[in-house]
Ligand binder design. Structure first.
Ligand code: F6R
Length: 604
């Protein structure tokens, strides 16, 4: 997600502050970066990819006393240098977080007025609007207020005008803070960007405007009255600031899921199945799919298998990368091999990718980290746009990977004519509602917390389910064991009686996932088997299924999902993530950095 930094102060410092600030914003995720420095004129330097690439271009650039910087996370237009911020039109240079919803309509009007544009971004349009207004009105704050009346969407801007040496800022729905220093002041999209320079800051609210000088900050409200703002002192560290008020990154990242889904979807045109198909790679040539990954990414693949096979009737083979790399490969030119990886650097997944490429077969990466090794080496890449995931246990990336596989499954099903236009469009409607609906599921954190109180003292926990629910159980079990250190196993519900059921004792916690109505009765009869042997059963299901078994005695407690569509797995997994989180929290463990684990597994 984009980041803003701005500086006004001592001449020697702007370049250093902007680059350090941008590095501090890296955790938000980005795919290009840029700065603008103002001296007698404005110099803009931008680069695709990492901040290192930007730094390589700065060797002969001199520091000034005024500058703005930005890390961009592509939404409107690709991750190119031209689309990177800052943008300059006429006398106005800006950096922007958020989106301008009416930019297409505004662009047409501006083109009629003689404006031409270099980039594909909505930001350049906003910049032109400010420039156009500035030609008629010399009071800059009045110009910004007028622009605010024209631009629709959520945004925050850092702005420099050609003809004075001040730093301007305005915000609507995207956050922006003003950092207060000694003979220097800052703007930033969040506190981590500036904490190493100052811990004093003011919050710019919606429809407020700021004018910064090195020793003065003026803030104007919606009515353009000058107002006095409270100066806060940030008590925490850079790390606590990055957690955005949450106690751990893991819980923050679960709460990021609504925004992640929105960002993922935004890259495609999901108006209807035809437009989605055009905005995705073509899958027409394939009659089989292999999915390769490690750990949670492997579990995502298993969920994807159920959905792709159900919708598209194409066989899907899911393999652990560490196994796949040493076995015979039976794929062929009509097989698409999909590599799933949050980091894009997992050694086994990378080795498996290279093995498939050596054979000359097609590869697709589903990746979070831009420009990572797997993203660079796969023939095609789809980014899940989850932003930086800091907690070692994956949450938002897992869920975004599942959403990406669902989008692929719909396109495959539509190509294969196993999914009608109407069914595909109905699924897309559900996907458009996902960001909103997942918030309701995450609100059930309270129930997960209560349940965690029963589980945290357990020695063993079992997760049972059939088919897709079994795959979800595998993820629930991994999440629990990796952060709570409680032994847990996921079992295909019908398989328990072939051995494992001997481990069930009085009060053994069993989490049973039942979301698939077609086999619900089968799973329930397995639940009854463990219940009869003393298990304490938590039923995780849909409201629709639960309604049928309201007073049944085969479960002790339940958590249910309101949703009743193909996106149920994403909701169920959010509950399993929350449950694992609260069990580990009850135990007082180091949730974000569990023992023996690393975020990126770059060794075999
Ligand atoms: C579990 C977890 C790991 C990763 C696995 C693959 O919470 O995070 O199991 O899923 O190490 O990592 P990536 O996705 O980076 O290839």
């Amino acid at each position: 997600m984009c980041g803003i930094i701005g500086y006004i102060g001592k001449k020697k410092d702007s370049l250093d502050v902007l680059i350090k600030g941008l590095k501090n914003l890296e955790y938000r995720g980005y795919d290009s970066a840029g700065i603008a420095l103002k001296d007698s004129k404005i110099e803009i330097i931008k680069a695709e990819g990492k901040i290192k690439n930007l730094e390589n271009k700065l060797k002969n650039v001199k520091s000034t006393n005024l500058g703005i910087g930005h890390t961009r996370w592509a939404t409107h237009g690709g991750a190119t240098e031209i689309n990177a911020h800052p943008h300059k039109v006429g006398k106005v240079t800006i950096v922007h977080n958020g989106i301008i919803e009416n930019y297409i309509e505004l662009k047409k009007k501006l083109q009629k007025d003689g404006y031409s544009f270099k980039s594909e971004t909505d930001t350049e349009i906003a910049c032109a609007i400010i420039d156009k207004l500035y030609k008629k009105e010399k009071n800059k704050i009045k110009v910004l207020k007028k622009a605010n009346g024209i631009l629709k969407g959520s945004y925050a801007f850092g702005i420099i005008f050609d003809d004075d040496d001040k730093l301007y800022a305005m915000r609507k729905d995207s956050p922006l803070i003003i950092g207060i220093g000694k003979e220097e002041n800052y703007i930033a999209s969040d506190a981590p960007a500036i904490l190493e320079f100052t811990n004093k800051y003011m919050l710019l609210e919606k429809n407020e405007y700021a004018v910064l000088d090195k020793d003065k900050v003026e803030i104007y409200n919606e009515k353009l009255q000058k107002i006095v703002k409270k100066v806060h002192t940030y008590a925490g560290t850079k790390e606590t600031a990055m957690k955005n008020g949450y106690e751990h990154f893991m819980i923050k990242e679960i709460n990021d899921e609504p925004e992640v889904f929105e960002n993922l979807i935004k890259q495609f045109d999901i108006k209807d199945i035809e437009t989605l198909k055009k905005s995705m790679p073509s899958f027409k040539k394939y009659n089989a799919i292999d999915i390769i990954g490690c750990g949670s990414a492997y579990h995502t693949g298993l969920v994807g298998k159920s959905i792709i096979e159900k919708l598209a009737k194409i066989p899907v083979n899911v393999e652990l990368a560490s196994e796949y790399r040493y076995k015979d490969n039976f794929s062929n030119k009509k097989t698409l091999t999909i590599f799933i990886s949050q980091s894009g650097e997992t050694a086994d997944t990378l080795a498996a990718l290279r093995k498939v490429k050596e054979k000359g077969f097609d590869t697709l990466g589903i990746i979070n980290t831009e420009a990572s090794s797997i993203a660079r080496e796969a023939d095609k890449v789809l980014y899940i746009k989850a932003g930086a995931e800091i907690s070692v246990a994956t949450t938002k990336a897992y869920s975004a990977q599942v959403l990406m596989l669902i989008l692929i499954a719909i396109v495959l099903g539509y190509n294969e004519k196993t999914v009608s236009k109407q069914v595909a469009n109905n699924i897309l409607k559900d996907i458009k509602m996902l960001s909103n609906n997942i918030k309701q599921t995450i609100k059930q954190e309270k129930e997960c917390k209560i349940l965690a109180k029963d589980i945290y003292k357990a020695k063993d926990v079992f997760f049972i389910g059939r088919q897709i629910d079994y795959s979800l159980c595998m993820e629930g079990s991994l999440k629990l064991k990796e952060i709570s250190y409680i032994h847990s196993e996921a079992y295909a519900a019908g398989e328990l009686k072939h051995g494992t059921i001997s481990l069930i004792e009085e009060n053994t916690p069993v989490i049973a996932v039942v979301s698939d109505e077609t086999i619900e009765e089968k799973t329930i009869s397995n639940i009854k088997e463990v219940k009869a042997r003393g298990a304490n059963v938590t039923l995780i299901t849909t409201k629709k299924i639960l309604n049928k078994y309201k007073n049944a005695d085969f479960y002790d407690q339940s958590i249910s999902i309101a949703e009743d569509n193909i996106l149920i797995p994403i909701h169920i997994v959010a509950i399993l993530q929350l449950l694992a989180y609260h069990v580990a929290k009850q135990k007082g463990l180091d949730i974000d950095k569990p023992r023996n684990l690393a975020k990126s597994v770059t060794v075999e």
